[in-house]
Ligand binder design. Structure first.
Ligand SMILES: Cc1cc2nc3c(=O)[nH]c(=O)nc-3n(C[C@H](O)[C@H](O)[C@H](O)COP(=O)(O)O)c2cc1C
Length: 294
């Protein structure tokens, strides 16, 4: 799947590949009311990743449903709508607005954007996270995914809290808070000073977070963060993920997702593994301690 915010084809000209090959499409987070997003510059490159502070520009949920959602549903893959609220009530309202729509397969609760002015970030506050998930749960029977932040002492505890509050899956992880300085102006490179770091630098952080989440919670974990090669995909599965999302890699290689789908197929064939399910079974087997180790 594309990671939320990295596959905005309603603004782009033509897609360079057939999006029906994707497992699902996760759309850019949408807020309840329209908002403009953060002041520019919104992007800064680092030696091993990208800092963004887009700040979720959004047309609001009503315009999204009428004008943007149909563009994604026409692409032929299940559509996952990501929502970002400023309170538990807003998450419930957003989810309620999507609940009756057949074209929405699941809802990802973005509880972890480092670039919007929450009073508190839900993914960093267990009580608030549970309130947001529980209120959203009360507003829909659709699958609910809770997107978590790496910027906490224990992603595992947050995943467990999300599960208890009614999440069906966790998406692990959002970007991590970061900053770059323009050495000529001696000012922060990002208009909002800080942003969220994504790309290759995030992979080891994502691996630890996915491992932590899968060892604390009993719901599927969707791994995201710094994935750009087939080895990265397999590593994220080995850390416990049930599925993966690709973000920044698509910016420097727009064919990253179809390439990785093809490379994963070849990887499985080369290893004589029939399916991703069999790969996951092998991973579980290799991580089960042997009699001597116990
Ligand atoms: C430009 C940009 C915009 C993003 N917008 C969103 C967003 O709207 N909602 C969200 O949940 N995550 C958003 N993210 C975070 C990604 O979905 C993903 O969690 C993160 O970038 C790590 O994956 P990656 O290293 O493969 O990019 C955004 C990331 C980038 C780079």
């Amino acid at each position: 799947m594309p990671a939320s915010g990295t596959f905005d084809c309603h603004n782009a000209p033509a897609l360079p590949f057939d999006a029906a090959i994707l497992g699902a499409i996760v759309v850019k987070s949408v807020t309840l009311h329209p908002q403009k997003g953060n002041p520019p510059p919104r992007l800064a490159e680092t030696p091993s990743g990208l800092i963004n502070s887009i700040g979720i520009p959004s047309p609001g949920i009503d315009v999204f449903i009428q004008q943007i959602l149909p563009v994604y549903t026409a692409l032929g893959s299940p559509v996952i709508v990501s929502v970002a609220g400023y309170s538990a009530n807003e998450y419930a309202e957003l989810v309620a607005a999507l609940d009756g729509l057949k074209s929405v397969e699941a809802i990802e609760l973005n509880l972890s954007c480092p670039n919007i002015r929450y009073h508190r970030m839900p993914a960093q506050d267990k009580d608030l996270l549970q309130e947001c998930v529980a209120m959203a749960r009360g507003a829909t029977a659709k699958p609910l995914w809770a997107k978590l932040s790496p910027d906490v002492p224990s992603v595992g505890e947050m995943a467990q809290a999300a599960e208890v509050a009614g999440a069906d899956a966790c998406t692990v992880i959002n970007t991590t808070s970061a900053m770059m300085v323009n050495i000529h102006t001696l000012r922060p490179m990002i208009g909002a000073t800080r942003g969220g770091l994504s790309g290759p630098a995030l992979l080891p952080i994502a691996l630890a977070a996915v491992w932590d989440a899968t060892h604390h919670a009993n719901i599927p974990v969707i791994g995201v963060g710094g994935i750009s090669t087939v080895e990265d995909v397999v590593a994220v599965f080995a850390a416990g993920a049930s599925a993966v999302q690709i973000g920044t890699a698509s910016f420097y290689d727009p064919m990253a997702m179809p390439r990785l789908i093809g490379e994963l197929d070849r990887y499985l064939k080369d290893k004589g593994i029939a399916s991703i399910e069999e790969l996951k079974a092998k991973i579980r087997q290799s991580q089960t301690p042997s009699a001597e180790e116990v």
